[in-house]
Design a protein around this ligand. Structure first.
Ligand SMILES: C[S@@+](CC[C@H](N)C(=O)[O-])C[C@H]1O[C@@H](n2cnc3c(N)ncnc32)[C@H](O)[C@@H]1O
Length: 287
């Protein structure tokens, strides 16, 4: 077992905050130690300060910094987690974009899953899209799935899941959108190309200033990531996300995340669904 001093822990708190925006309060000390211990073993280092020094001075190309970030993130996720957001997508957003197209608007839908973890969220979005009236080859649909963690992102791009994870989707959707694994892959399922073809995976750090995105989105899911940020970082991230929404577009936050500052151009529709107020429709700050 390795020992971490108060000063070393504080140095890691600052480093993790600077790199990811994640606030590690004192109660996370054991968590940090256990997660980083495997990196110390992998690099044959004796203590945390050696690892800190390695990250700052010997980490050419930032490879180890990425390993450290992958260790620090918490990736808990589920299919159709907080299912009301997917119900809202099906019952409000899809009919709205279809109605917009019927009035001569573009047959285009853009959705971003902004901290997608292992992929359960963007694949749940893709299933919802496929089950809607937008499931038609004349529609141009893209779902961007991003995360800071390259390990979970690679798994998400593979589209392989434990079959048990699909329980919230039910048997019918499982059969329609996933192939069951056999042999060494028994108990696993892989998303069919009808889902995978909708998705693009990209590493994006939400606290970086430049996001490599040109699109504007009809819906952004940014759920259960801002709980790890402080209020100032949350405010900055939401302000940036708003700039990537189409007028009238929607922002979905996690159940324990809210926007407590005003004024802002979002109005709350309840249940952590927010809408970008269309120009000229009047702004309302929300609590
Ligand atoms: C708890 S998971 C949430 C997954 C999914 N959105 C959900 O609600 O089920 C949080 C994710 O946020 C990612 N994350 C943490 N800090 C981030 C940052 N600065 N930029 C982008 N993603 C980040 C983590 O890697 C992790 O996969």
């Amino acid at each position: 077992m390795y020992h971490i001093t108060d000063d070393e822990f504080e140095a890691f708190q600052q480093l993790v905050y600077a790199e990811t925006g994640i606030v590690l309060n004192d109660s996370k000390r054991c968590l940090l130690c256990s997660r980083l211990a495997k990196r110390l073993r992998a690099l044959h280092l004796n203590d945390y300060i050696d690892y800190y020094d390695y990250l700052l001075r010997r980490d050419s190309g930032g490879v180890e910094m990425q390993e450290m970030i992958n260790c620090i993130t918490t990736n808990k996720t589920d299919f159709f987690r907080e299912s009301h957001h997917f119900e809202f997508l099906a019952s409000h957003v899809m009919p709205e974009v279809v109605a917009r197209a019927a009035k001569g608007g573009p047959r285009r839908l853009r959705i971003w899953s902004a901290a997608c973890s292992l992929g359960h969220e963007p694949y749940s979005i893709a299933i919802t899209v496929r089950e809607s009236a937008v499931n038609d080859p004349t529609w141009d649909v893209r779902i961007l799935a991003s995360d800071i963690d390259t390990l979970v992102l690679a798994q998400a791009a593979d589209g392989v899941f434990d079959q048990d994870d699909l329980a919230p989707a039910g048997d019918m959707l499982l059969r329609r959108y996933f192939d069951r694994g056999v042999g060494a892959f028994a108990g696993k399922v892989r998303a069919k190309s009808s889902l995978r073809s909708l998705l693009t995976f990209r590493q994006i750090n939400l606290i970086h200033d430049a996001w490599p995105i040109r699109a504007r989105f009809d819906v952004i899911f940014c759920r259960n990531v801002m709980i790890y940020f402080d209020t100032e970082t949350q405010r900055r991230v939401v302000e940036r996300l708003v700039q990537y929404l189409n007028p009238g577009g929607y922002l979905m936050l996690g159940h324990s995340e809210s926007i407590q500052w005003s004024p802002n151009p979002l109005r709350s529709l309840g249940n952590t669904v927010f809408q970008l107020v269309e120009a000229g429709a009047g702004k309302s700050g929300i609590a």
